[in-house]
Design a protein around this ligand. Structure first.
Ligand code: AMP
Ligand code: MG
Length: 411
């Protein structure tokens, strides 16, 4: 046990590693049209079928010529034009130049482009005000990507950075892994869906909206099984449905073993589930394991805890299941606390913070205020987690802390 390990509590890193060790990527793939492939994970390496650009072309609007022709004269005779998509058909002879536009093919016999701003035009006589070097303002064939080059590897998630690259190679379809299918439901007699009127003792089910929002951003296919009351038969049915129809089943509530929580009993009967107490705050109770063919993640009921455990513990697992081999955890940087952060040693806190960059270019971070695990407004106000180490106590303004900037899934 390390210096800061607390008996009975599992460090966050250990929990993530435990999960990642157990799951392996899903294997089903299909051929998908490029237009439908955004957010999918490649199940093939992409080798370029062409050179990009496919021909040498001009980087400027100007004149294409042979650089050596300008060693003995400043003036060349205009002999034609090469526009984007409409190349010059002939060959440029000594003493001649060709009008050329950006992206247009370099005419045969030319090796250089001089931009039009450096010329004086007198009918067909073009006088050049500079002496170029060969290849100036020319984009050679294969400058960006060369024929046969491995451009993307299996396990790459397709984003706005990859889509135009694939299109530039003329690739109209890709082999991609299926999105992990994730079923989820909320548990609790007290929960009502938004849109209904609350009766005494009831609250609105917020977790399903947070869970769905994150899962969609993670790139999963979602199956919303609604609100399941604390009733053993209904819970059993929901566990059965979710775990047979999906790759992953996620529930919120009922894992902290309260009086009316039947989930633990059912999970003990139906699956192989570990009930963990994670050394994180919020989010201590968390269940992980397998029911039927599905992985099961039991999130705590408190709304901030549910979102935090989904984001911290389940996000890396879903990336692995999706076949995404290039998943990067959210970025952590050092910041100066500008407010007090209340904390007790024992668990790693993921407090909600608002970071900014000060006049010296350094990160600063302030608390969002109320850090209650049910206070969801703290998530809305925040743009980062303030990750306060397990052994650390209260943080005074002026101290250095680690912040974890929200990744794209929270925007
Ligand atoms: P539990 O883990 O079921 O004991 O729930 C812990 C706390 O979270 C209780 O105050 C619940 O009312 C609340 N809670 C559980 N599920 C939800 C949900 N889906 N939306 C909002 N609050 C919830
Ligand atoms: Mg409950």
């Amino acid at each position: 046990m390390g210096c800061c390990d607390v008996p009975g509590l599992m460090p966050v890193e250990t929990a993530i590693n435990n999960i990642l060790e157990q799951v392996s990527p899903l294997t089903k793939t299909s051929t998908v049209a490029l237009a439908d492939a955004m957010g999918l994970v490649l199940a093939q390496d992409i080798l370029s079928p062409i050179n990009v650009p496919p021909f040498a072309n001009s980087a400027m609007d100007g004149y294409a010529l042979r650089a050596e022709d300008l060693t003995s004269t400043d003036t060349l005779v205009l002999a034609g034009k090469s526009f984007a998509g409409i190349p010059f058909e002939g060959e440029c002879q000594a003493g001649q130049c060709i009008r050329i536009m950006t992206g247009a093919e370099m005419p045969a016999g030319t090796d250089t482009v001089i931009m039009q701003e450096e010329t004086t035009v007198d009918g067909d006589n073009i006088t050049f005000n500079i002496k170029p070097k060969a290849n100036d303002n020319v984009r050679p064939i294969g400058d960006d990507v060369s024929l046969g080059e491995t451009v993307l590897v299996t396990g790459t998630r397709l984003t706005a950075r990859e889509m135009p690259l694939l299109a530039s190679l003329g690739i109209a379809q890709v082999e991609a892994f299926h999105r992990p299918k994730v079923a989820f439901f909320s548990t609790g007699d007290e929960l009502r869906p938004a849109g209904e009127t609350l009766e005494a003792g009831q609250i609105y089910d917020s977790n399903r909206y947070g869970i769905r929002a994150l899962l969609e951003k993670f790139g999963c296919e979602v199956l919303d099984l609604g609100i399941i009351p604390d009733c053993p038969e209904k819970l059993r049915d929901a566990f059965l449905k979710g775990s047979t129809e999906a790759d992953v089943l996620i529930t919120s509530g009922g894992v902290s073993v309260g009086e009316a929580d039947y989930t633990k009993d059912i999970l003990d009967q139906e699956g192989q589930i570990g009930f963990w107490k994670i050394a994180m705050k919020p989010g201590k109770p968390f269940a992980f394991g397998k029911i039927n063919n599905a992985w099961f993640c039991g999130l705590p009921g408190n709304p901030v805890s549910a979102m935090l455990t989904l984001y911290q513990l389940v996000q890396p697992m879903l990336a692995k299941l999706a076949g995404n081999s290039q998943y990067q955890p959210p970025v952590r940087v050092k910041a100066k606390a500008t407010t007090l952060f209340k904390k007790r040693p024992g668990r790693t806190d993921f407090q909600r913070g608002i970071y900014s960059i000060n006049a010296e270019g350094q990160f600063e971070v302030a608390t969002t205020g109320n850090q209650g695990s049910g206070a969801f407004s703290s998530m809305h106000l925040a743009n980062c987690f303030v990750v306060l180490e397990q052994e650390r106590g209260r943080v005074q303004a002026g101290e250095d802390v680690t912040i974890e900037i929200f990744n794209h899934t929270l925007y």
